[in-house]
Design a protein around this ligand. Structure first.
Ligand code: SF4
Ligand code: ZN
Length: 439
C-alpha cells in the first residue's frame, strides 16, 4: 500500500507540474490575446462564417470525415473490443435493430453501428463495444466536473470510454468523443491505473468492481462518468454505479443529457449528482453546432430534478454562437421556472478547438455579462469556469452575502458551510455537504 501511495504521489506531482506549466503558458498567451481582441470587430466572430452541418442529424459522416460505419464481428473479436449485449433496443425484420437508448433511435442494419460509433448490430442483437474499456481515467477534484455544491474538496475517480451521441464542432475532448473504438491507441494512463490494482493481469480492461476498488485505493469519494458522453457506455456506467453504491462511493453523471426516459430513470436510482451541459438555448443552435436537438435535454433536466439527483448546469459560452443577451436570459428564465433558483449555473469559457477554430476564446467580460443576467433572473449560485480570476469560483451566502467557500483553480481554500448551513447566518445552502447525506 505504501508503494501505491508513493507512486500516486509521484504521479500527482508530475501531473501538477505539467498542469501548472501548461496553465501558466496559457495564461500568458491568454493575456496577450485579450489585448488583441479588444481591437477585433464583432463581425469577425460571426457564426455565419463557420462551415457547419445544417438540418436534422442523420448520420455521423455528416460531421465526421472518419471512415466506415461498419465493423465486422471478427474484427471486434480480433481487437478485443467488448461484445456486451445492449439493454435498450428493438429487433426489427431482416436482422436490423432500433436502438432505444438515446433519442436518436438509430436504425442499425446487421453488421453496422449507430451514430455514437460504439453500438453494433450482429445478427439482430445490439452490442456495446466499449464495455469495460476505459479510454481515459483520472482522479480529479470534484470541482472539475464542475460541481461546487457536492462534497467540496473531495476527489472523484473520472472515467470515459470512446464515443458520443453528439457531434459538437467545438468539442473540447473530440479526440476521444468523436473517435472510433477500433482506432483507440494503447493507453499508458489506463495501464498505469490498472497496475495499482493488486494481481490485475489484463491492463486494458476494468470491470465495474475494479473501478470501485480503484476509487477506494485513490481515496476518491465518488466516481464520475465524464469526458466523453457516458450515456453511450450506459451499461458499463450503470453496472459500475450499482457496485459503487454498494461500497458507499457516490456516482456523478457529467452529460449532454441526451438519454431516453426509461434508461434515465433506471440510472437515477444510483446517481447522486449530475452536471448537465446545456449547450445553448435554441433548437437552431443544437442542430447547427451539435447535430442534435434541445428538447430531450430539457426533459432530462426535469427528470433529474424530479428524481432528486443533485444537479448543476454548465453553459459553455461561445462568442458569436450562443452568447447573446437574449439567449442567455431565455435560458435563465427557463431554468428558474422549471428547476428553481437553487440549481447552480456555471458559465464556462470556450477555447477554439476541433472544428470551431475561427474565433477567439470567450472574453472574460462576456462571461461576467452572462453571470449578471443569471443573477438578475434570480439564479442564486452562479459561477464562471475555465478562467483564472479571483472570486469567480466562490460560493456566497444568498442571505448575508458572506463568502462561504473560497476556491482557486478548483481547490477549496476555505469552507464555512457547516451542516449544510451558512456558518454566519445559518441559512440553509442547497447541496450535498457530507458523505452521509442520502438522496
Ligand atoms: S446510443 Fe448510439 S446507437 Fe443508440 S440511438 Fe444513441 S447514437 Fe444511436
Ligand atoms: Zn449567511
Amino acid at each position: 500500500m505504501r508503494n501505491i501511495v508513493a507512486v500516486v504521489a509521484t504521479f500527482s506531482i508530475l501531473v501538477a507540474a505539467v498542469t501548472i506549466t501548461v496553465f501558466s503558458q496559457s495564461q500568458t498567451s491568454d493575456q496577450n490575446r485579450f489585448v488583441e481582441k479588444k481591437s477585433s470587430k464583432k463581425d469577425d466572430i460571426s457564426a455565419e462564417k463557420i462551415p457547419v452541418p445544417s438540418g436534422p442529424y442523420s448520420h455521423p459522416e455528416k460531421f465526421s470525415l472518419r471512415p466506415s460505419k461498419s465493423i465486422s464481428k471478427d474484427e471486434v473479436e480480433r481487437l478485443k473490443l467488448a461484445l456486451h449485449k445492449a439493454s435498450y433496443f428493438k429487433p426489427l425484420s431482416d436482422k436490423s435493430v432500433q436502438c432505444l437508448l438515446c433519442p436518436r433511435h438509430c436504425l442499425i442494419k446487421d453488421g453496422e453501428r449507430g451514430a455514437c460509433r460504439i453500438r453494433a448490430n450482429y445478427d439482430g442483437t445490439l452490442y456495446a463495444l466499449t464495455y469495460g474499456k476505459p479510454v481515459a481515467i483520472n482522479n480529479d477534484p470534484v470541482e472539475k466536473k464542475p460541481l461546487n455544491h457536492f462534497l467540496p474538496g473531495t476527489k472523484s475517480l473520472s472515467i470515459a470510454t470512446i464515443g458520443c451521441n453528439f457531434g459538437c464542432i467545438f468539442c473540447q475532448n473530440w479526440h476521444i468523443s468523436q473517435e472510433y473504438p477500433e482506432r483507440g491507441e494503447h493507453l499508458f494512463i489506463v495501464e498505469y491505473f490498472a497496475r495499482l490494482i493488486p494481481g490485475k493481469s489484463d491492463l486494458t480492461v476494468f470491470t465495474p468492481s475494479e473501478l470501485v476498488q480503484l476509487a477506494k485505493l485513490l481515496g476518491a469519494d465518488s466516481i464520475s462518468y465524464t469526458y466523453t458522453e457516458p450515456s453511450v457506455f450506459y451499461e458499463y456506467m450503470l453496472d459500475t454505479a450499482k457496485e459503487a453504491r454498494k461500497a458507499g462511493v457516490k456516482n456523478i453523471w457529467v452529460t449532454c443529457g441526451y438519454l431516453e426516459e426509461k434508461p434515465l430513470r433506471e440510472l437515477c436510482k444510483y446517481l447522486d449528482a449530475a452536471n448537465v451541459d446545456l449547450k445553448g438555448f435554441s433548437e437552431e443552435f443544437y442542430s447547427r453546432y451539435c447535430g442534435s436537438n434541445l428538447a430531450p435535454v430539457l426533459k432530462t433536466l426535469k427528470i433529474l430534478k424530479e428524481e432528486n439527483v443533485w444537479l448543476e448546469i454548465t453553459n459553455l459560452v461561445i462568442p458569436g454562437a450562443n452568447d447573446s443577451d437574449e439567449m442567455i436570459r431565455k435560458m435563465c428564465v427557463w431554468l428558474k421556472e422549471n428547476l428553481g433558483t437553487d440549481v447552480p449555473l456555471h458559465f464556462s469559457r470556450f477555447y477554439p478547438n476541433y472544428k470551431l477554430q475561427d474565433r477567439p476564446e470567450t472574453p472574460f467580460s462576456t462571461l461576467q455579462r452572462a453571470a449578471k443576467i443569471a443573477k438578475e433572473e434570480g439564479i442564486k449560485y452562479v459561477y464562471i469556469g475555465n478562467v483564472w480570476a479571483e472570486g469567480v469560483e466562490d460560493t456566497l451566502c444568498p442571505d448575508c452575502g458572506k463568502r462561504l467557500v473560497r476556491r482557486r483553480l478548483m481547490s477549496v481554500l476555505e469552507n464555512h458551510i457547516k451542516d449544510g448551513k451558512c456558518e454566519f447566518c445559518k441559512t440553509s445552502i442547497p447541496g450535498v455537504w457530507s458523505l452521509n447525506s442520502s438522496k
